[in-house]
Design a protein around this ligand. Structure first.
Ligand code: CAO
Length: 435
């Protein structure tokens, strides 16, 4: 004959007031003896509490968020197993406790999943790889579901208490992956990214939906590809452009006569082409197999232009063959046409190195994103006067901050700093460009 059995929390060690973080069964469910029925979580461990008998869950006496201690009433079972469940037997299978290692990742269970590195590669790698993501925080039943659906749990954002992944999270992740196709939860160049979170921001205050324009959508796709596929490093340096600026000012009347505006940028383009000539692999692309470098014999410099509709990068072809005033004129023309949407497709093609100058606006340094398939980009920030020790005295010098981001698969750190140093030499002493 069926009997009702109250199930109290057995001795679970030195834990008190432990959080109920997940209910694995509901009233009416049939359970087998030792099947996990709920999950508790303390600061140090996660425990699954097994059913003491086989039977039907008549009542659950706890809810997620409750705190329980030894002796707390958890559930009432209807069981055929007579009153055969003495207290000790309730704990026949000790609660499955996952120790600190499992409990640590609370709150960060959904970090970027990194592919496994073979041990030999891991040892030889120059860059310290971030630690592998901690084990996802989920109950065995959720793990089973994830396994059945082929879902990598470390990619699933957990909505349960302290980031715990629930069945609904796994199901939602699968739905999002299916509806977003390649955008969600799929490998990109061997890197898995978590599905974007669907958040209704209007819950928190007024919002407005502004569709992205075509330029922004295109540039965002390109930037994202570069960001994900190129291992970036940024080298910072400072060029003393005091003499360059004096020369620039002297040339202003001539520039006016020629109808152009001589900013710093033409000088930077000129110096960049001279440095690229000395460091040809900065003017290259990796082929898609990743096994060959395509070194370009032309020096076509792209210049990022900030427009109302987003960022575009028109290209100055054969920039090394052009004089300062010609470069100034081309820069004005390209940036004007970029802002009035009059660029031709050919203006945007064939770049082999890019420059992004924010110096007219401000800032000290920044980390530009390499314009894939190029392998390096130079960021230029605002010049400023700085005291520099010369001959035992501080003298004011005009300093231009430079930020070179590069693809570390192609360029080593030592070469990157040699490149920026050489660039600084050219900018500090324009006579070097003549040699
Ligand atoms: N430090 C101090 N002042 C600078 C400077 C620097 N590094 N660079 C330019 N300036 C000055 C110029 O000399 C000019 O001053 P005057 O009018 O007094 O002569 C003023 O700033 C404006 O220059 P500019 O921006 O019109 O011209 P430019 O040749 O320096 O740059 C262009 C042209 C098209 C690159 C720039 O207008 C632009 O769009 N920059 C933004 C690029 C961008 O958005 N990059 C971000 C990419 S990542 O999101």
């Amino acid at each position: 004959m069926a009997e009702l059995l109250e199930f109290h929390l057995p001795d679970i060690g030195e834990f008190e007031n432990v959080d109920v973080v997940e209910l694995l069964v509901a009233p009416g469910d049939r359970v087998e003896k030792e099947q996990s029925i709920l999950v508790l979580e303390s600061d140090k461990a996660t425990m699954e509490i097994p059913a003491p008998v086989s039977g039907v869950v008549k009542e659950l006496r706890v809810a997620v968020g409750d705190q329980v201690s030894e002796g707390s009433l958890l559930a009432v079972f209807e069981t055929q197993e007579a009153a055969a469940a003495p207290t000790e037997d309730h704990a026949a299978r000790a609660p499955e406790v996952r120790g600190e290692a499992a409990a640590q990742p609370i709150g960060t269970p959904n970090a970027l999943a990194l592919p496994d590195l073979p041990p030999d590669e891991a040892e030889g790698a120059e860059i310290a790889h971030p630690p592998r993501p901690a084990r996802a925080h989920a109950s065995p039943s959720v793990r089973l579901l994830a396994r059945e659906l082929g879902v990598e749990l470390t990619l699933v954002p957990g909505s349960g208490s302290k980031g715990r992944i629930t069945k609904e999270d796994v199901q939602g992740f699968v739905k999002a992956s299916l509806s977003k196709g390649s955008a969600a939860g799929v490998p990109i160049a061997g890197v898995h990214v978590a599905a974007p979170l669907e958040i209704d921001f209007s819950k928190f205050g007024a919002t407005e939906i502004q569709p992205l324009n075509r330029i922004r959508k295109l540039s965002s796709a390109n930037l994202h590809r570069s960001w994900v596929t190129v291992p970036h490093v940024t080298q910072f340096d400072e060029a003393d452009i005091t003499d360059l600026d004096t020369f620039r000012r002297q040339q202003k009347p001539e520039a006016e006569r020629r109808g152009v505006k001589l900013t710093f940028l033409p000088f930077v383009v000129k110096a960049v082409t001279a440095a690229l000539a000395e460091f040809p692999h900065f003017n290259s692309s990796l082929d898609n197999s990743g096994e060959n470098l395509i070194v370009k014999k032309y020096l076509n410099v792209g210049v990022a232009v900030d427009t109302e509709n987003g960022l575009v990068v028109p290209v100055i072809r054969e920039a090394d063959r052009k004089g300062l005033f010609e470069l100034a004129g081309l820069l004005e023309d390209l940036s004007h046409r970029a802002r009035t949407r009059k660029l031709r497709p050919s203006d945007l093609q064939g770049g082999s190195f890019s420059i992004s100058s924010l110096g007219g606006i401000g800032g000290t340094f920044f980390t530009p994103i390499v314009n894939h398939p190029e392998v390096a980009i130079l960021g230029v920030s605002k010049m400023s006067w700085k005291p520099v020790l010369q001959g035992g005295e501080f003298v004011p010098r005009l300093i231009l901050p430079l930020s070179l981001s590069y693809d570390h698969r192609v360029i080593d750190g030592a070469d990157a700093v040699r490149f920026t140093r050489r660039l600084c030499d050219f900018l500090s002493d324009l006579r070097l460009l003549l040699i």
